[in-house]
Write a protein that binds this ligand. Structure first.
Ligand code: BGC
Length: 549
């Protein structure tokens, strides 16, 4: 694999509305990010992905863009953005933005024009078609529930929206639209943005002859669009891009992120998909971990030597990891550390989501009105249409809502967790008195300190290349509930062994000559190396060791 500057990245994802409010309006802002750059640097990461901050009515949390070139006043000004870019740069932190170009907001001026005249120039920026006999053009369903088509008044036309009806899909078959998008991307890069996390990118192309998701997911010919996009923007500029790509065939991975691929990397969402709350896994943690391990190693095998995946355990669309992998009574700093470890040392580019490094948790709601997301309300309605009572529908949302990841960042144990002096846009989890950065920063045994050590270990001069380019060799695969692998590079071997279960396990084959680099249980430098023989792992113990013999 040819070395690239971005291979060295260890990233941190910010969901700005919930990060830090500095002007008392209850919403996080760019100045808030600027305020915490030192904390981010303290963690050791060197890349920031900032979720959308451009102008938006916020009906899908900024993933509904009303102006691609302006900062939303909720987040601040262009000057704030420039100050943030400069502040990050001076700390050696690379900033990437979210690029949301499958759709815009229904308040984008292009769309407002399109509504006035569906056959006109801006009508061609969107996917607007005639219905038949009062019915939409076809039966496609939106990801957020209901038909993917919305009537344009009583004109007989419908526009396509794969997400909410406030997010009309852009028409990528229109070269003028494409040029507008390329120009916009290049303007951000001229300003110092070094790349993008690219939203929903595998839906750009549509095939109206197909039904269901096949008609708008990874449609034949999408590669031409992705190649042209790259070649006109981040490609020649050496930008770093992470594609949000779902559902491609295994053999397509290289085309997407291999040498000369459409993106630098793409998320490996494996760990996000496994949830103990899902009906099929309830009460079956060990089987779930085993299934997750198999899938994780399959994708590691596919990428080996060809590409680097972007490894994530949390993001703004998924409940917090403790509850996804552990029964409630086993959610603890230790189990969260073990879960973080099992993913962090895989081959690839790790990204840590805000709050993950301090172990933030889901905050179940007592009433539907405490949620904020349009998509949540759609689901709530759908669950009830399918026969659930209101209480059952709420329970399902509490079990699985993406909004759990969006509660405000818990900086300290004070009012609103230090997030805002005003009224927070979304309730702060009251457990901020216990779980917060201030309490953990100076505690060497805290989860935050552990994350700092993980980041430092990945960056250690003598191991840096091993963690980036080394082979990943699964080990102890027969051992239920354990995720373990070796990383090997030029004669150096490192073992990562994580017990994702509430019982002690003894690894089935003897090991010898282990030098402990990291252990989530006994976090002291005097930690003695395990004795030769069968390695015993305590419940939720994670060990990273150099194999010296
Ligand atoms: C983003 C979501 C968003 C959706 C539509 C996703 O991939 O991560 O938060 O709702 O795209 O833009």
């Amino acid at each position: 694999m040819k070395k690239q500057w971005w291979h060295e990245l260890i990233g941190y994802q910010i969901y700005p509305r919930s990060f830090q409010d500095t002007d008392g309006d209850g919403n996080g802002d760019l100045r808030g990010i600027l305020r915490h750059l030192d904390d981010i640097q303290e963690l050791g990461v060197n890349a920031l992905w900032i979720c959308p901050v451009t102008k938006s009515p916020m009906l899908d949390s900024g993933y509904d863009t009303a102006d691609y070139d302006q900062i939303d006043p909720m987040f601040g000004t262009m000057e704030d953005m420039k100050a943030l870019l400069a502040g990050a740069k001076s700390r050696g932190i690379h900033v990437i933005m979210d690029l949301v170009v499958n759709h815009s907001s229904s308040e984008h001026p292009w769309f407002l024009e399109a509504l006035k005249n569906p056959e006109g120039e801006y009508g061609k920026y969107y996917i607007i078609r005639r219905g038949h006999d009062g019915q939409p053009p076809n039966g496609w369903r939106s990801f957020f529930g209901g038909s993917a088509w919305e009537p344009v008044g009583d004109s007989g036309y419908y526009y396509l929206h794969l997400f909410t009806k406030y997010q009309p899909d852009l028409n990528w078959e229109n070269p003028r639209l494409r040029q507008e998008i390329y120009g916009m991307i290049n303007r951000w890069m001229d300003m110092g943005v070094e790349g993008f996390r690219i939203d929903s990118i595998n839906h750009l192309k549509k095939d109206f002859s197909r039904s269901g998701e096949d008609g708008f997911t990874n449609v034949e010919g999408i590669g031409e669009l992705l190649r042209e996009l790259r070649d006109n923007t981040y490609g020649p500029r050496g930008g770093f891009t992470i594609g949000e790509v779902n559902g491609i065939r295994p053999e397509q991975m290289e085309e997407y992120i291999g040498e000369g691929g459409y993106f630098s990397t793409m998320f490996d969402f494996t760990c996000m998909r496994y949830r103990l709350q899902s009906p099929c896994w309830q009460g079956r943690q060990e089987e779930m971990v085993d299934a997750c391990r198999k899938e994780l190693f399959d994708s590691q095998r596919r990428a080996a030597g060809r590409a680097l995946l972007c490894n994530v355990m949390e993001n703004h669309d998924t409940p917090r990891l403790g509850g996804r992998f552990c029964p409630p009574e086993e959610i603890s700093p230790r189990s969260k550390a073990a879960l973080g470890t099992m993913n962090f040392f895989l081959a690839g580019i790790p990204f840590i989501y805000q709050g993950q490094a301090i172990g933030m948790e889901d905050y179940p709601k007592e009433d539907i009105s405490q949620f904020r997301d349009f998509a949540t309300f759609n689901l709530y309605r759908e669950y009830q249409q399918d026969g659930a009572t209101a209480a059952e529908a709420l329970a399902r949302l509490n079990a699985d809502s993406r909004e759990h990841a969006r509660t405000p960042m818990q900086w300290d144990g004070g009012v609103n967790g230090g997030f805002t002096d005003g009224e927070p846009w979304f309730d702060v989890n009251p457990n901020c008195v216990r779980i917060n950065l201030e309490a953990q920063r100076t505690d060497p045994a805290s989860l935050f300190s552990y994350y700092r050590k993980m980041v430092a270990l990945r960056k250690r001069e003598d191991l840096r290349e091993l963690f980036i380019y080394g082979e990943t060799v699964p080990v102890f695969e027969e051992c239920g509930g354990v995720i373990a692998y070796e990383r090997r590079w030029e004669g150096t071997r490192v073992l990562v062994a994580c017990n994702i279960s509430g019982r002690p396990v003894s690894l089935p084959q003897p090991v010898s000559g282990l030098e402990v680099l990291l252990d989530n249980i006994q976090e002291t430098p005097e930690k003695t190396a395990p004795q030769d023989g069968n390695l015993e792992l305590q419940p939720y113990e994670a060990l990273v060791c150099r194999i010296t013999a």
